[in-house]
Design a protein around this ligand. Structure first.
Ligand code: GLN
Length: 209
């Protein structure tokens, strides 16, 4: 299948026969560029995902922060909703940050919006209050040595999670990082810091790379 998007926007040396793992970042809206930069720095092929074809051959997919209603509608109209769900239910690793965490949830406390429903979880959008647009918090994260600085921007949290979901970090009772077998969610933006531990965690623990 020629021209299937394998090399789109990949400036990190995607030459013929490149055997490195390939991670996609959904690039419909939001802060996908920062994820691509970090992934490339970690030595994997990182590609923008805008069409169904771009999902082919991925070893993992990041759904970035942005506006979950906008991203959700664009995923529906492009067919990527079904594509991502089928990638995920065949075992494809997915990481949702912020808006991506909203989209990963199975239900929201707010008005109806298109969700991917990859995780049994109830999400509260803008869960830290509308007036608090952004803040940073030092987080204890399960399995991490030392605190991780979470950058929260109109961030969601999980009010509750279903069976099979491991909570990795909370602020008080609010779940801000969690994982399932082949899914990771973070309410904050690791791509806006220079601490790459969550990207490494995703590649190592969730993508098995
Ligand atoms: N509040 C946004 C939403 O629910 C998410 C914000 C973000 O991704 N920084 O879509």
């Amino acid at each position: 299948m020629a021209g299937n998007g394998d090399t789109n926007s990949d400036t990190s040396g995607a030459v013929f026969g490149d055997e490195r793992p390939k991670i996609g970042v959904l690039a419909l809206q939001g802060d996908f560029a920062e994820h691509l930069n970090i992934l490339r720095g970690l030595g994997v092929r990182a590609v923008e995902v805008r069409t169904l074809e771009d999902l082919a051959g991925l070893n993992g997919l990041i759904v970035p922060g942005g506006e979950s209603t906008t991203i959700g509608k664009m995923m529906l109209s492009s067919g990527l909703s079904d594509g991502i769900r089928s990638f995920f239910y065949k075992g494809g690793p997915v990481w949702g940050t912020c808006a991506g965490m909203v989209l990963a949830a199975s239900a929201t406390t707010g008005p109806r919006q298109p969700l991917l429903a990859l995780m049994p979880a109830l999400v509260e959008r803008n869960g830290f209050g509308r007036q608090v647009h952004s803040f940073e918090a030092e987080l204890d994260v399960e399995g991490f040595d030392g605190a991780f600085t979470g950058v929260f921007i109109r961030a969601p949290f999980f009010e509750s999670v279903g069976p099979g979901i491991e909570v990795l970090s909370r602020i008080e009772e609010k779940v801000v990082a969690a994982r399932g077998d082949n899914i990771l969610v973070t309410a904050f933006h690791p791509e806006l810091t220079d601490d790459v531990r969550f990207h490494e965690y995703f590649l190592r623990e969730v993508c098995d790379l």
